[in-house]
Design a protein around this ligand. Structure first.
Ligand code: ATP
Length: 349
């Protein structure tokens, strides 16, 4: 029987992925990574539901304590980033460094198994011609998580199965109900896991970063108001500035060194191009000349036509056909050819 390790978070998606594979005749081993305290998945609460699902399916369940790794690679990374005035995206980093990498390694070394599966909504296809694993959007466009998976290496993609990639979310719930899974009606996680387990991003950051009062200024340096720490702000933010002005003002720069939040009108936060670093080329090898693609600069943003210009040291320059609003350093830019993820990286400036 083919053996497969299924990453179980205690939610309906991973439960259903495990049930589908079990039903297809796989020898399923449930694996839950214990990442943090609080409530929601990746906490003790999620582990209990994951254990229950394994009990229902009659399969073994392993829990690996990864709280230290999560603290170093995600919590410290976020806190350092926010205090430096950037808005890091933890999810792609978490997928690569905390989840997929360690899960594949654990499956291989401890369980003698070379495949893992998760409940992500995305698809993987092996292209015989280019001999590369391609990452594709999920069939359910509304649930598509390919944006968060752009940083997976060819080795990790080769070892991974996404059983839900061709399903609509409504089908997942229906299948979960058909199998009688305890998690069939479990509500969706609405937010970033750290936001969910701490109540808000502000509450999470306030545990690590003390308030630091400073000035909110315009581009000429004129003081317009006060802030309580640059880490509480993000590029493009309009609400919550507490400034009365004749026209809407947006955060256009976070100057952590001088502890200043700089605001300006919408035109100042709209840019024709940006630089991206730590680029991972996914479905194609790194091109030697510029290519055309559609890019997302946020998870839910509309894919926009772009020219991707390769630079040295795993960087690219993105030149948008139309200037883009609120390009946020620390967030991921992921470029596609239709449904295919070509590559992605972290927005630098
Ligand atoms: N702590 C964890 N341990 C093992 N696998 C995990 C863990 N957290 C997430 N995963 C895997 O990653 C997939 C996507 O996780 P994500 O955080 O996006 O949750 P989700 O889409 O709400 O899925 P679910 O409904 O299974 O919780 C999960 O379906 C699961 O397979």
């Amino acid at each position: 029987m083919k053996k497969i390790v299924v990453g179980l978070s205690g939610g309906v998606d991973s439960s259903t992925a495990a049930a589908i594979l079990h039903n297809q005749g796989y020898e399923v081993i449930g694996l839950t990574l214990w990442l943090m305290k609080g409530k929601g998945q990746c906490c003790s609460e999620g582990m209990i539901d994951a254990a229950y699902i394994c009990e229902q399916l009659g399969v073994p369940h392993q829990i690996v304590d990864m709280r230290d790794v999560f603290q170093t690679h995600i919590v410290d990374y976020l806190v350092t980033g926010y205090s430096a005035g950037i808005t890091p995206l933890p999810c792609s980093q978490c997928n690569k460094t905390v989840k997929f990498g360690p899960m594949v390694q654990y499956a291989c070394e401890q369980l003698g198994c070379d495949r893992i599966a998760t409940g992500h909504y995305a698809q993987i296809n092996y292209d015989e011609v280019t001999e590369r694993y391609q990452l594709l959007r999920a069939v359910d466009r509304n649930k598509d998580q390919s944006y968060f998976l752009y940083d997976l290496s060819q080795e990790l993609l080769a070892a991974t199965v996404f059983p839900l990639g061709e399903l609509q979310k409504t089908d997942t719930r229906r299948v979960a109900a058909e199998y009688g899974l305890k998690t069939a009606d479990k509500p969706e996680s609405q937010d970033l896991c750290l936001v969910e387990s701490n109540g808000s991003m502000r509450a999470f950051l306030d545990k690590y970063l003390a308030p630091k009062q400073g000035d909110i200024v315009d581009t000429t340096g004129k003081i317009l108001g006060q802030h309580d720490g640059v880490h509480h702000y993000t590029i493009g933010q309009r609400k919550g500035l507490g400034i009365a002005a004749p026209e809407p003002l947006y955060v256009i720069e976070l100057d952590a060194v001088n502890n200043k939040v700089i605001v300006g009108d919408r035109t100042k936060v709209t840019q024709p191009e940006c630089t991206v670093n730590r680029v991972n080329w996914v479905s194609i090898v790194e091109p030697s000349t510029p290519i055309r693609a559609e890019v997302q600069i946020r998870y839910r943003s509309h894919p926009e036509p772009v020219t991707v210009i390769p630079l040295e040291n795993s960087r690219v320059r993105l030149v948008f056909d139309e200037p883009q609003f609120s390009i946020t350093p620390g967030q991921a830019a992921v470029w596609y050819d239709g449904d295919k993820v070509l590559g992605g990286g972290i927005i630098e400036s």
